[in-house]
Design a protein around this ligand. Structure first.
Ligand code: ATP
Length: 362
């Protein structure tokens, strides 16, 4: 069975903890993206699975066997790097066949396998060409073809699309996802691009400072972020996160001190069980309604900068207490810089985080 499992895996470089206590399992046929800011330990985690780094502690399993002490070539894993090197003097066909050279495969079988992966990745018309005669997207597909030709247990991708231009990345995301979904292998993809993770992954593991902050489906990490970090990392423009103090709770609502004033917001009952009255209120920029009159459920802010984004407009606003708020409205909603706004958060889309930054769920 093609699976990957990490149990309490840690990697130290000297006294520096690059990866800390990571638990992660990837099922057969599942695509998991490791997503996080630069230096959070994504590549180190991937390199440990590949056997290019040895874990300092913890256990690593692929296809059901413990592989901590197994060299990369004995792990039957295919890895696609950001900087894929194709052999310039060899044809595309020979480039794809390269991983088969150490396997006892007949010439006919080799040709058959190359043609099969070339067909999956739509490379049949370019098999006789040299790498220099291919577009960047085609070269990337050759790198993927070379990885899957060998029928490995698992696939590892390190920023596979980061060298491609925006349009090509968009189409390649879909193509790679489609190819992977037909192969029933456990796949781990490292990326710092959340759009890539949200579109390609069955589940996303969001990392920070060597630790996994949350693992969940793209919908889960967006709709139910586990903490302030995940809430701020997933979603563009970024979620507004505003410090507030609980003053009282009643019938599904909280009275909060926020920006020097008071506001009443729909809130989970669990807010009553917190040890501290200090919370962070999270509202995504698209979850505000602009209303004509101020009331107990609105925040007052002044539009400072208007950023057209095509079908929508991003407004950078500031409250009288100096809190910056990002609001996204449909393009038709005309707002000018300097205009006073009354913002009402959608009661169904308000997030609360406790004093430690952990989500308070209903
Ligand atoms: P990026 O997106 O920038 O590639 P990343 O999340 O993949 O970042 P890693 O490459 O895994 O991060 O690195 C995690 C941390 O470990 C970084 O602070 C990095 O400097 C450090 N690190 C990685 N490899 C080594 C090494 N061989 N020796 C010492 N420190 C290292």
């Amino acid at each position: 069975m093609s699976t990957i499992e990490l149990r309490k895996v840690t990697k130290r470089f000297g006294s520096f903890n690059a990866v800390r206590n990571v638990d992660l399992s990837v099922a057969a046929g599942e695509v998991v993206c490791l997503l996080g800011p630069s230096g959070c330990g994504k590549t180190t985690t991937l390199r440990m699975i590949a056997g290019l780094e040895r874990p300092t502690a913890g256990d690593l399993f692929t296809a059901g066997r413990r592989v901590n002490d197994l060299p990369p070539e004995k792990r039957n894993i295919a890895m696609v790097f950001q900087f894929y090197a194709l052999y310039p003097s060899l044809s595309i066909s020979d480039n794809i066949a390269m991983p088969l050279q150490y396997e006892r495969v007949s010439r006919e079988d080799k040709e058959r396998r190359v043609r099969r992966v070339a067909e999956i990745l739509q490379l049949l018309p370019v098999l006789d060409r040299k790498p220099a005669e291919l577009s960047d997207g085609e070269k990337q597909r050759v790198a993927v073809a070379r990885a899957i030709v060998r029928d490995p247990d698992c696939f590892l991708f390190d920023e596979p699309l980061s060298r491609l231009d925006v349009e090509l990345r968009h189409s390649m995301r879909g193509q790679i996802k489609e190819v992977l979904s037909d192969l029933s292998k456990a796949t781990v993809i490292v990326t710092h691009d959340q759009l890539e993770a949200l579109t390609m992954a069955d589940r996303i593991a969001i990392m920070k400072d060597g630790m996994v902050e949350q693992v969940g489906s793209p919908h889960d990490v967006f709709a139910r972020p586990a903490n302030v970090f995940v809430a701020s990392f997933i979603g563009t423009p970024q979620m507004n996160l505003i410090e507030a103090e609980i003053k009282g709770l009643d019938a599904g609502a909280a009275c909060l001190r926020l920006d020097g004033g008071q506001i009443r917001l729909a809130a989970p009952a669990a807010l009553g069980g917190l040890g501290s009255p200090n919370v962070t209120v999270g509202v995504r920029p698209r979850a505000f309604a602009l209303v004509a009159e101020a009331d107990k459920e609105t925040v007052a802010a002044q539009a400072e900068l208007i950023e057209p984004m095509g079908a929508e407009t991003l407004i950078h606003a500031k409250t009288s207490g100096g809190i910056n708020i990002r609001v996204v409205v449909p393009r038709e909603k005309r707002v000018r810089a300097g205009e006073a706004m009354h913002l009402r958060p959608d009661p169904k889309q308000i997030y609360f985080f406790d004093a430690d930054g952990e989500a308070v769920h209903a």
